[in-house]
Design a binder for this molecule. Sequence first.
Ligand SMILES: [Fe+2]
Length: 435
Amino acid sequence: MMCQHYDLKLEGADTAFSVDASNTTFGQGCLSEAGEIAKSLGISRIALFTDDALAKTEHVAKVITSLKAANVDIALYDNVRVEPTDESFIAASKFASDSNVDGFISVGGGSVIDTAKAANLYSTYPAEFLDYVNAPIGKGVPVPGALKPHIACPTTSGTGSECTGIAVFDLLEMKAKTGIASKMIRPTRALIDPDTTLTLPPNVVAASCFDVLSHALESYTARPYTQRPAAPSPALRPSSQGSNPWSDLGCAEALRLAGIYLERAVSDANDIEARHQLMWASTLAGIAFGNAGCHAPHGMSYSVSGLVKDFQPDGYPKGEPMVPHGMSVIVNSPSVFRITGVDQPDRHIDGARFLGADVSDVGPTEAGEVLSDRIIELMKATDMPNGLTGVGYSADDIPDLVNGSINQRRLLDNAPMSIDEEVLTNMYAGAVSYW
Ligand SMILES: [Fe+2]
């Protein structure tokens, strides 16, 4: 029997949920299986996507060795942009079209995996760039059919992009992040080697783990699938289908692991157990949010990163200002959960408990606060930015931040409460600084 959360069915709402996930291999050294997997997928010439820093690492070398041993030809694209744009997606797509490949492999963080998804899509089903981009910014045209096989090999314990049908980028002329969302662009295989995280700088580990943490919390507190209007046909049921019993499993365990290992993984690069466990947490949260969807903290993050002023974090490429994805999300999360706690107090208390907070004396009216406090405690312990102020904004920027994210309806409408301009303004106002 389901818990009450899913018994509250609305008229015309969905009555079922679907589970989609990349076929996943997880474990130390598994990058050396890339060649065998490519072969088994019928790939004879593969586009290998990575960025110029990763191209020099042992991780990419291991993948290349494995592909060559399996007699798979390689077309190397090591020009992926960290925090991709429409221009960088188009350049990558042109490379894929010109390279005459029958499969893709991506080795890198979310930027690399998302770029390979886009290159696979536009080279397989050429179209005007905005056709497949989420409405209302793009046309939201459905992807016509299956893409070429794509093996995704994440090197950060963060985005979960290897498990999702989402590709995020900056649309330069609007100075806003948006994305392409379709089950069709989900990678065919995920090859997750936790050793790839051992060389990451502390700030990168922290930012990507807060992304994981927010994926799990947002999926767990998302509007339940039983309260989302049913799609016109089962095939059109969205990936952001709302919280559901399958995703709940991954969220709970990902949060439990983050609560135990996040501080350890950031403070000690030699803590192999902590870094491996966070990679597993990232995988679980990726599978969870790939089937539930995120909500307001991610929706708000798009303008936080898209409108960046002069913030340049440690551990990331220098030269251009940027707010890394995990930071652009987590600066919003405590404020959002403080507000949404009113709607689903039990789930917010659960979230705090999973993360290790003592909730024995917490009542429903304090649900948002206790979760918010636990997130802030973890942010302070790992030197994360102190809210919007910490990434270069002030209260004066709130109208622009609201403008830049109010159209992220796929995410905002997945929240447990309805979010209009006034609510969104309050969410940003609560995120200006936390300590
Ligand atoms: Fe994310």
